[in-house]
Design a protein. Structure first.
Length: 151
């Protein structure tokens, strides 16, 4: 299953992230995961959201530079070696990871590792053959990490 990641390119200065989150909040779009990378004066904000195409339109309309990209969100065990099993498989098949990040769904049980790879179809097929489950946008949006925690 394919998921979608938004990459937003912005100057590395106060207010840029607040502008982005304001646009998404006004559009009633939920952010499910994010990572921010900066280099010198510019940065890339990568986002997994519940409605990626609507988010892309809202952010573009707000004057932001946005790129919507297909990625794989892979379910892995949240245990020592869980990520290594996936990395060794991708390495053995010569699959290069351009960008990646992860988050825990349930401590000691499940995590998600999001990867941006050039050989998306090949990687998706390989993962399926090797018993890895991938999550699409709907599945990622339905996730309730730490659902057992109460306020």
């Amino acid at each position: 299953m394919i998921a979608y990641q938004l990459s937003v390119f912005a100057e590395d200065k106060p207010g840029k992230l607040a502008h982005l989150t304001s646009v998404l909040a006004k559009a009633k779009i939920s952010i499910r995961a994010t990572t921010i990378s900066t280099s010198d004066t510019f940065g890339v904000i990568s986002l997994i959201v519940d409605e990626p195409k609507r988010a892309e339109a809202a952010l573009t309309d707000a004057g932001l530079t946005v790129h919507l990209k297909s990625v794989l969100a892979i379910l892995i065990p949240d245990a020592p070696g869980g990520l290594d099993k996936l990395m060794q498989l991708l390495y053995a098949e010569g699959i290069n990871i351009n960008n990646a990040y992860g988050f825990v769904l349930e401590s000691g049980q499940k995590a998600v590792f999001v990867v941006d790879v050039e050989q998306l179809d090949k990687t998706e097929k390989l993962l399926e053959e090797k018993g890895f489950k991938t999550l699409d946008t709907d599945a990622l949006s339905a996730i309730e990490p730490f659902h057992y925690m109460k306020d």
